[in-house]
Ligand binder design. Structure first.
Ligand code: PGA
Length: 242
């Protein structure tokens, strides 16, 4: 079994100094096989990338435009120049708190691929959608709207993150995660190329192993538990047991 990809998503946490201290300490404890990634605040990208040797550093969001009069936005070339290797797109907090719609997420994804920054497309249903039996339809619609026109997935990764599990302490069961990963994999099979599928939503050191045990789960997207070095490392280390 290949080593899973563990992506920390720091959201709006950590100053540059805090971020650098974390990355330096992390690097001391990673082994060459580890596939640890950190999605850090824009301000910390350059400094983290400078200190990252085994880990990969990325961003949490990106504009769909290459440049222009878009106050407060940041472009793919700027991220690449700052040392970002990947970018999260369509995270549920972007979709729901910042009203990013499916058209915008599709344009961001196309832009990321065009500019050569690896996209991690996040998809997932709301609790009311799951209760209404719409989970599969919602996720397929999110995939189709973002990826429907894509001829080559390149280095694309998908993160399945049920919105009701993000930051709530409530994780999807392994069976729920596997069912959705299978659905997503069937959708992705059109390209005949492996696209890693990560699970995210209240992943912690005490539930990571069970999720990673599932061959459908190629990695994890970790929010809250990525903020402390020991809990993030514990999850990375559990990925080594494959
Ligand atoms: P969480 O966040 O692990 O704190 O639930 C996951 C995410 O938002 O990517």
């Amino acid at each position: 079994m290949s080593i899973p990809i563990i992506v920390g998503n720091w959201k709006m946490h950590k100053t540059i100094a805090e971020a650098v201290a974390f990355v330096k300490a992390l690097e001391q404890r990673l082994i060459p096989e580890d596939r640890a990634c950190l999605a850090v605040p824009f301000t910390a990208l350059r400094a983290c990338a400078t200190h990252a040797l085994r880990s990969r550093i990325g961003a949490q969001n990106m504009s769909d435009a290459a440049q222009g009069p878009f106050t407060g936005e940041i472009s793919a070339p700027m991220l690449l120049e700052a040392g970002a290797q990947f970018v999260l797109l369509g995270h549920s907090e972007r979709r729901h708190l910042f009203a990013e719609d499916e058209g915008l997420i599709r344009r961001k994804l196309e832009r990321a691929i065009h500019q050569g920054i690896q996209p991690i497309l996040c998809v997932g249903e709301l609790l009311e959608q799951r209760r209404a039996g719409q989970t599969e339809a919602v996720v397929v619609r999110q995939l189709e709207s973002a990826l429907g026109e894509l001829t080559d997935p390149g280095s694309l990764m998908i993160a399945y993150e049920p919105v009701w599990a993000i930051g709530t302490g409530e994780t999807a069961s392994c069976a729920q995660a596997v069912e959705m990963h299978q659905l997503i994999r069937r959708y992705l099979s059109r390209w005949n190329r492996p696209v890693p599928i990560l699970y995210g939503g209240s992943v912690r050191p005490d539930n990571a192993a069970a999720l990673l045990n599932e061959s459908e789960v190629n990695g994890l997207l970790v929010g809250g538990a990525s903020l402390e070095l020991d809990s993030f490392l514990s999850i990375v280390e559990q990925g080594r047991r494959g």
